[in-house]
Design a protein around this ligand. Structure first.
Ligand SMILES: Cc1cc2nc3c(=O)[nH]c(=O)nc-3n(C[C@H](O)[C@H](O)[C@H](O)COP(=O)(O)OP(=O)(O)OC[C@H]3O[C@@H](n4cnc5c(N)ncnc54)[C@H](O)[C@@H]3O)c2cc1C
Length: 289
């Protein structure tokens, strides 16, 4: 379908971008365009103007601070994440997630900021960033604010971003010593969307789980933290039956799933549990993500 007429704006700075987003009614951000352009063609969105941020260098940087916090500019592409030595060394799960995402074309254009701002339940990064305890820096008409990943993802395709706000960067704190993280997912096809996704992180202190984050994706309002599973894991020996404890707690979680052309809601729920158990088995074997 031919796109309807609309303004295309290329800001020279992050400040200009926020100015246009705030003052032009119906203006929205264009990042990699991998979802947005398709949505425009299908008439699913009808903005009056596109504010193209993908060439802003200030949004494409990757930096590691002395305390090993990784800061990623919102317009950093998946390909840049996968190729970055800094990302591979400080947050290997982010590099591997980016490297395995879809196909080369999407990896070369799609951005981590677009991935999280869209918050499509099937998207790869929201559950991972919740498990990593990431923080999002946002610039808007009222200035800058920081939002924890737990609060950023509000519901299916909805985030905490307000009118005129632009996601500027994502900060990933270093994992505590002894922490391990594994992600697992079930894809529709080799280079396609996930039907179920689980990310498991356990923080190990002297052979005991002292904290955990268990997040599922591809479910309603995803990413969803499974607090009952997290509580069931804490206090167990890391070499113990984490899989059994998690499986039992999973059945008590109220996770809402939906059916679609790929599978039923019930199948998706069952597959979420399977991904969780596989992730825990990977953790037990020491398989890296
Ligand atoms: C064939 C195909 C298969 C795909 N499969 C997968 C998959 O398996 N897993 C997966 O995770 N993704 C998948 N995607 C989606 C892809 O990852 C997109 O790149 C991503 O969803 C959006 O990123 P983008 O940079 O292209 O953003 P855009 O499409 O440009 O924007 C997406 C949305 O985010 C908003 N936005 C973008 N950046 C910002 C910002 N900095 N601040 C505020 N708002 C912003 C835009 O206004 C828009 O609403 C697939 C895409 C295609 C075409």
């Amino acid at each position: 379908m031919i796109l309807p007429p609309l303004r295309y704006l290329r800001p020279g700075s992050v400040g200009d971008a926020v100015h246009w987003l705030t003052h032009i009614d119906g203006a929205i951000v264009l990042a990699g365009g991998q979802t947005l352009v398709n949505a425009l063609k299908l008439d699913l969105v009808a903005p009056t103007a596109l504010v193209d941020i993908h060439r802003l260098d200030e949004l494409r940087s990757i930096a590691v601070s002395p305390d090993r916090t990784l800061t990623i500019g919102a317009a950093t592409t998946y390909a840049a994440l996968a190729a970055s030595t800094d990302v591979r060394l400080t947050a290997p799960s982010v590099a591997s997630m980016a490297a395995g995402l879809v196909d080369r074309q999407v990896r070369n254009r799609g951005t981590i900021g677009g991935n999280v701002c869209l918050n499509d339940p099937t998207n790869n990064f929201p559950p991972l960033l919740v498990a990593l305890g990431a923080r999002f820096t946002v610039l808007g008409p009222e200035g800058t604010r920081t939002i924890d990943a737990d609060d950023f993802f509000v519901g299916t395709m909805t985030t905490a971003l307000g009118n005129g706000e632009l996601l500027v960067s994502i900060e990933i704190p270093p994992l505590p010593r002894g922490a391990r993280l594994v992600h697992r997912h079930l894809q529709v096809g080799a280079d396609s969307w996930a039907m179920a996704r689980a990310v498991v992180r356990i923080d190990d202190d002297n052979g005991v789980v002292v904290a955990s984050r268990v997040v599922v994706g591809a479910v309603l309002g995803s990413p969803q933290r499974l607090r009952l599973v997290e509580r069931a894991l804490v206090g167990l020996p890391t070499g113990g039956d984490l899989d059994g404890a998690a499986a039992e707690a999973f059945d008590r979680e109220s996770i809402e799933t939906v059916g679609d052309v790929h599978c039923s809601a019930d199948y998706r729920r069952q597959m979420s549990k399977v991904q969780l158990r596989r992730a825990l088995r990977d953790l037990a074997k020491g398989t890296p993500s």
